[in-house]
Design a protein around this ligand. Structure first.
Ligand code: AMP
Ligand code: MN
Ligand code: MN
Ligand code: MN
Length: 296
């Protein structure tokens, strides 16, 4: 039996590869994470676990511990929220069937985004975005990169604002999983569920707390307190929400590739004081495993 007895580990529980909208292959991502000092990495591609096998193989070669993960798209009260699943069995049939449905919806949505962009005078978007995607899904990020390449916007921020958000030509209302379905799939596959980057939703405090209350009721375990997209203040606010709702605290960069140099692997701040680190619950899922983090 492998024993994981270490006093302190660098971990990162949120990252993307070319299996969804990241720009590094699963193996490339793992090697970059290892080089950056990450010892435990969760691969959490959008609505797919297709990259896990390759990431695992690379992780074994370079001595990194790979946690199979997924970032499930959910529609909750008319809004898209992301639920990260950590340490599930990536071959679980219930999980795979659920994710398949979301991938089918994504394929339809990609066509719909392209039709709408064409009406707005931008032809060829499906082919263009598809050519930038190497996995099984075409997401908004691929459309965004296509639109920037074609000179319709200067950068990713601008392209989303001009084309891909509510009220803009390429926007399609999400019809993702329900919160209950996402938690059912994650738990059915033996994983832990985490609300991803909570500060990104721009919800009122009251609405966010309704989400967290419902999430907790449904058996959700964690909240991403530290995220590459959180400010320092966001981290402290989310640490308080996590405590109030009895949620463990997770930390993840939400890395998508070296093109976004402001988010790097293995460069996350520590969890605020008083958090209940989610890594302790992951550690309990491994026989005889004891890993903790001194820095986080
Ligand atoms: P999708 O799941 O296909 O609707 O795409 C969501 C993804 O788009 C997120 O995971 C981010 O990677 C990316 N994204 C969303 N908003 C922005 C933004 N304002 N700037 C850059 N990337 C964004
Ligand atoms: Mn993404
Ligand atoms: Mn997300
Ligand atoms: Mn993400």
């Amino acid at each position: 039996m492998v024993e994981w007895r270490v006093m302190s580990l660098e971990y990162d529980f949120h990252s993307h590869s070319t299996a969804s909208d990241g720009t590094l292959t699963p193996a490339g991502l793992v090697m970059r994470a290892r080089a950056a000092g990450v010892e435990i990495l969760a691969l959490t591609d959008h609505d797919t676990v297709a990259g896990v096998a390759q990431a695992r193989e690379a992780a074994m070669k370079c001595g990194l511990m790979l946690i199979p993960g997924v970032e499930i798209s959910v529609t909750w009260q008319g809004q898209t929220v992301h639920i990260v699943g950590l340490n599930m069995d990536p071959r679980n049939p219930v999980l795979l069937k659920g994710l398949d449905r979301l991938l089918e919806y994504r394929a339809w949505r990609a066509g719909e985004i392209a039709r709408r962009l064409e009406k707005a005078g931008i032809p060829g978007a499906l082919e263009g975005a598809g050519a930038l995607a190497s996995g099984e899904l075409v997401g908004r990020t691929h459309f965004a990169r296509f639109l920037v390449e074609k000179g319709h916007a200067r950068d990713m921020r601008e392209v989303f604002r001009k084309f891909l958000v509510r009220g803009k030509p390429g926007h399609v209302q999400g019809e993702w999983a329900t919160l209950e379905e996402a938690l059912g799939w994650i738990h059915g596959a033996g994983g832990l569920a985490v609300v991803a980057h909570p500060a990104r939703y721009r919800m009122t405090r009251a609405k966010l707390r309704r989400l967290l209350g419902e999430f907790r009721e449904l058996g959700g375990e964690g909240l991403e307190v530290v995220s590459g997209s959180h400010s320092k203040d966001d981290c402290f606010t989310m640490a308080r929400h996590a405590r109030d709702f009895g949620l463990a605290a997770s930390a993840g960069s939400d890395y998508h590739g070296p093109e976004n140099p402001w988010i790097e692997l293995g460069r996350l701040p520590a969890l605020p004081h008083g958090c209940d680190p989610l890594i302790n619950y992951i550690s309990k899922q491994y026989d005889g495993a004891v890993f903790s983090s001194s820095s986080r």
